[in-house]
Design a protein around this ligand. Structure first.
Ligand SMILES: Cc1cc2nc3c(=O)[nH]c(=O)nc-3n(C[C@H](O)[C@H](O)[C@H](O)COP(=O)(O)OP(=O)(O)OC[C@H]3O[C@@H](n4cnc5c(N)ncnc54)[C@H](O)[C@@H]3O)c2cc1C
Length: 419
């Protein structure tokens, strides 16, 4: 392919403007097609989605020769990151051990935003509620107490004044985490990848890894378009991980999750600025969550008020997902609105599906692949709560791959707990 035509293809695939001849040769070389001179890399990142994009950026900014391979576009709707918004919070009800990682994620994200000028984190607060004694609010309080994180426990009258759109039963506990909010996943991934390219990373899109193998000190990666070698391999393949890490096939379950956007009669009470993110535990039906309405001119679509059920959906295979709306989704989500946010009830504007890659204990798996002599690092099993960790997972994976260790406390996420 002619050089300029290739560049047009490569840059279009990642949503970047075509580089001009005035731009540096280094930038141009970084996007050049595979050739004997550049088919060997310090590290290959398999899957440039949520975790992979931050990892590619971390490696590039540390000066490593890195190749990121993505089977679709940079940011797409076939994996785990589509859908406009992801909640980010620190008083982690799932387990307090995640809090130091979240603190690092917040600071990494703030530094990245400052450096790039990109706006990725949006403070909206998170309102948690559940029947007295529920695990959700108990877990939030536990993490907040251990790490002295700011949370508020408004009484019912105060909550009704501060959050008038919610109808919270009198026997529910209520907590508000003011420093929480949401991230924009598509922009996060695009910005990390764009910055990585500017720093010299090679990104191959619409190229699917078929297999990989370790040959002594060398990793060989075979794609549908060619072959590459590297000193290190980092697998950040989301829902496709069971196919690429055979050792974990029995340990991971991929589920299809539905997300819905509705059209309340009045949008003002639910607009970003007036309405928080929320997570609630219904005594009969489990955990639900939602977001304020965001202006599409700034955030893109879909339109309306977003909510979802955190309970695992139907088991699927990322290679062959039935994208039809799971029966019962509309009524399940609408009935939660009727019960707890009645003014939000309205027509359905959009329904989309997305993938969770669940580990058996719902904790992430971040470690070296056993037997790989620290040459293969894996990050998987994000179990529907991983996005807020993207800025710290990139750092951890770059540390593990290139330094042989990380100072960040990830012992509880090791593969030994399951194998
Ligand atoms: C509906 C929904 C709501 C969520 N809400 C939240 C939330 O509010 N807060 C939160 O923190 N988290 C949330 N999550 C979880 C979070 O989005 C995921 O944990 C995170 O996106 C997982 O990132 P990943 O990198 O593992 O997967 P992905 O972002 O899907 O990236 C994996 C990439 O690898 C690529 N790939 C796979 N195989 C190959 C191959 N063979 N060759 C080349 N490329 C390949 C894929 O195409 C993909 O781009 C939610 C998830 C869903 C589905």
């Amino acid at each position: 392919m002619k050089r300029r035509k290739f560049l047009a293809t490569a840059t279009a695939a990642v949503g970047l403007p075509l580089l001009t001849t005035n731009q540096s040769n280094a930038q141009l070389e970084s996007l050049s097609p595979m050739s004997p001179a550049n088919s060997h890399f310090d590290a290959i990142v398999l899957g440039v989605g949520s975790m992979g994009s931050a990892t590619v950026w971390q490696l590039a900014q540390r000066g490593h020769r890195v190749l990121g391979i993505e089977q679709f576009d940079i940011s797409h709707d076939q994996g785990s990151h589509a859908g406009q918004s992801r909640i980010i919070r620190q008083s982690y009800f799932e387990h307090p051990d995640y809090v130091p990682l979240l603190q690092r994620s917040y600071s990494n994200l703030a530094a990245f935003e400052k450096e790039t000028g990109a706006k990725i984190f949006h403070k909206a607060g998170v309102l948690y509620f559940g029947k007295r004694g529920n695990e959700l609010t108990a877990g939030v309080e536990k993490s907040a107490n251990i790490y002295k994180l700011p949370i508020q426990k408004p009484g019912h009258q105060e909550a009704a004044r501060q959050f008038p759109s919610f109808a919270i039963p009198a026997d529910f506990d209520i907590i508000f985490e003011p420093d929480a909010g949401f991230m924009t996943p598509e922009r996060t991934i695009l910005t990390y990848t764009e910055e990585a390219i500017r720093l010299g990373a090679t990104i191959q899109t619409k190229e699917s890894v078929q297999s990989w193998k370790q040959e002594g000190n060398l990793i060989r990666v075979i794609t549908d378009k060619g072959e590459y070698t590297a000193d290190k391999l980092i697998i950040t393949a989301g829902g496709w991980a069971p196919h690429l890490i055979p050792q974990l096939k029995q340990e991971l379950t991929v589920t299809k999750q539905m997300i819905m956007w509705v059209n309340p009669k009045s949008w003002k009470p639910f607009a970003y600025g007036n309405f928080p993110c929320w997570i609630m535990e219904d005594p009969e039906r489990g955990s639900y969550y939602g977001f304020p309405i965001v202006p599409t001119k700034e955030f893109g679509g879909p339109l309306g008020l977003k909510l979802a059920h955190h309970q695992h959906g139907e088991v699927t295979d990322a290679r062959n997902v039935n994208r039809a709306v799971t029966p019962g989704t509309e009524e399940d989500l609408m009935s939660i609105l009727r019960k707890y946010i009645p003014e939000a009830v309205g027509s359905i504007l959009s329904l989309k599906s997305c993938l969770y890659t669940n580990s058996k204990d719902q904790n992430f798996i971040i470690d070296y692949l056993p037997g790989s002599d620290k040459r293969v690092t894996i990050a998987t099993g994000f179990s529907g709560h991983g996005f807020k960790f993207v800025p710290v997972v990139g750092e951890i994976l770059a540390d593990l791959a290139m330094k042989g260790k990380t100072e960040l406390p990830i012992g509880f996420l090791g593969i030994n707990r399951i194998k």
